[in-house]
Design a protein around this ligand. Structure first.
Ligand code: ADP
Ligand code: MG
Length: 568
């Protein structure tokens, strides 16, 4: 491997030359305590910055073995190191000057969730951290002195202060690992105690604002009603009391603005672990839980929605239903069918974002419109079978629809942000009232094995490059968390609400490209399984199918990978 001093000479040799000469720096350079890898160099100062990484051997980094022994510890350590490194890098960004993106030193800043990422990986006894640097220029002329500042003055500080055990405040790394172990412990307890979710006392559920995911200040802390209290003995934090949401059918009821949706939102996010100080550190939901909502206009391919929709006026088959523009109820039916195929054991629903005609049909409507004139079997008539025959739990927010009291195992009222168990009152209120139909004939689980059309513009374009035709891979573009395009096809993921990080969307885009290149004609189940195997055997970057692994990939859950392909 070439040394840092050789890099310095190489830099000085290309100073004042035209920008593309920077490309000669690609490679690995040994800096004594770490290796600097220049992975990809930008074409000009205005393009996306160059991608670099540093690798520190753990003999230097010095993290105790228990920090990276288990996948959950390792992910927590990686997340922590990324945040530390990002804080250091933030001090130096733009300190080196020049045109365009010159001097940018950019590191992914994770949000509130702790997720596996390509930006920081602790593997084989070494820490690797990926980031971007805008290689400095004056106009389009290389300013190597400024890059020398970044690589020789700033970066060693970022590594020294950000990536070494010795530079972390005493006890901080242990706190990170202990939290990860406690969170993992709660996840395992959920299964043992047959809980769908756990919300610890003292949790802060509301967020600062619609655009900030940080915890609200001066919020009313969560407190479990006595009848639902579960006490867990965490390995590090010790005894923790909280609300155990049993598997089965749970309603979250209450007046408008009393905190129902806020609780559900916290449960949606509880499939991921949260950082210390978030307020939701000990809000843990079954990791397969899926938020179900109406999603007018989504694409549906060969999905069995016959559990909910039958005898359409068009006479179309609903066991293999396809549309480019689903209605509120058909989209919600498809979302449930797909969640079941994706192995979800808990469905999370909010009346506010559901299609009314999908949820219930009241008595009066049944009297006026005969059953055989209505294609929809309301969810009310399937929820009980889903739980009793298929073991799929439901947590449903209701504000106006009392019919669900008939099937609820538990009713929690949110009353000015205080949770109360009102199951008995709800039952008492039902006495003497007529019972609507609570099940419908024809219950079955939807069959999967859907094959989606992955075609689009030609899989690879051929480009003439002077020296002959060369295959070009499909272009991947991401639009934040909500959409991406691969080649000529775009996908909108705005309503896949448990996507929480732009990096997950980016990974999905690369997964789609991988599937288009290698897995066309396979079923969605098969694609998801193949991708999981690929990542398990290699690493997250393997979804790029070769070439430089881009910064900023974050692992999505299998449920979101399904959701992506199901909509493609
Ligand atoms: P609902 O779904 O019952 O209508 P929301 O969950 O949307 O109510 O909450 C209404 C408002 O109350 C939101 O602005 C939310 O941020 C705030 N809120 C929710 N829970 C709390 C709490 N525990 N403490 C303070 N404010 C809260
Ligand atoms: Mg609400």
């Amino acid at each position: 491997m070439k040394t840092a001093e050789e890099l310095r000479s190489a830099l000085r040799a290309i100073d004042h030359r035209s920008y593309p000469a920077y490309k000669s720096l690609v490679g690995s350079w040994f800096f004594g305590t770490y290796t600097l890898n220049i992975e990809r160099v930008q074409g000009d100062p205005f393009a996306a910055p160059s991608q670099l990484s540093v690798t520190v051997d753990n003999r230097t980094a010095g993290f105790p073995l228990n920090c990276w022994e288990t996948p959950w510890n390792r992910t927590a350590l990686e997340d922590y190191l990324l945040r530390r490194f990002a804080r250091q890098a933030g001090r130096f960004s733009r300190q080196a000057k020049g045109s365009g993106k010159s001097g940018v030193l950019a590191v992914t800043t994770p949000g509130q969730e702790v997720l596996e990422r390509t930006d920081c990986q602790v593997r084989a006894g070494a820490v690797t951290l990926r980031f971007e640097v805008g290689f400095p220029a004056n106009g389009r002329t290389i300013n190597a002195r400024e890059l020398e500042k970044i690589l020789f003055d700033f970066l060693p500080v970022c590594v020294g202060q950000g990536l070494l055990y010795a530079s972390a405040p005493k006890g901080e790394v242990e706190q990170i690992i202990h939290l990860a172990e406690d969170q993992h412990f709660i996840r395992e307890e959920l299964a043992r105690l047959e809980l769908a979710a756990f919300v610890a006392d003292g949790s802060v559920l509301p967020r600062e604002s619609g655009v900030s995911d940080r915890s609200m200040k001066n919020a009313v802390p969560f407190q479990a009603p006595e009848s639902m209290a579960v006490i867990l003995d965490l390995p590090h934090r010790g005894t923790v009391r909280g609300m155990g949401v049993r598997r089965g059918i749970t309603l979250i009821a209450g007046g408008g603005y009393h905190g129902k949706s806020t609780l559900l939102k916290a449960l949606e996010r509880g499939v991921y672990d949260h950082i210390a100080g978030d307020g939701r550190e000990y809000v843990i939901t079954d990791a397969t839980a899926v938020k179900i909502r109406a999603e007018d206009g989504r694409k549906v391919t060969d999905t069995d929605i016959s559990l909910f929709i039958n005898h359409l006026p068009s006479g179309r088959d609903t066991t293999e239903f396809s549309t480019l523009d689903a209605s509120g109820s058909t989209s919600q039916a498809a979302n449930i069918a797909e969640a079941l195929e994706a192995g979800s054991r808990v469905l999370l629903m909010d009346e506010d974002t559901s299609a009314t005609n999908f949820m219930v049909r009241d008595e009066l409507m049944q009297a006026v419109i005969a059953r055989d004139q209505e294609p929809i079997t309301p969810f009310l008539e399937r929820a009980l079978d889903l739980w009793q025959k298929a073991g799929v739990s439901l947590i449903l927010v209701v504000g106006s629809c009392g019919a669900y009291f008939h099937i609820a195992d538990k009713v929690v009222q949110m009353d000015a942000y205080h949770a109360r168990d009102i199951t008995d009152q709800a039952r008492a209120a039902l006495e003497g009232r007529s019972v609507p139909a609570l099940t419908a004939p024809g219950f079955h689980l939807p069959t999967g094995n859907r094959v989606i059309d992955l075609s689009g513009d030609s899989q690879t374009r051929k480009n003439y490059r002077g020296d002959g035709y060369r295959q070009e891979r499909l272009k991947v573009k991401c639009f934040g968390k909500t959409a991406f395009s691969v080649g000529d096809r775009e996908l909108d993921l705005r309503y896949v609400e448990q996507l929480v990080d732009g990096g997950q969307t980016r990974t999905l885009a690369y997964m789609v490209r991988y599937a288009r290149e290698h897995l066309a004609g396979r079923s969605v189940d098969d694609i998801v399984a193949t991708l999981a195997k690929l990542i398990g055997e290699k690493n997250l970057g393997a979804v790029c199918g070769g070439g430089v692994v881009p910064a900023g990939l974050t692992l999505p859950r299998a449920q979101e990978i399904f959701a992506c392909f199901d909509r493609y």
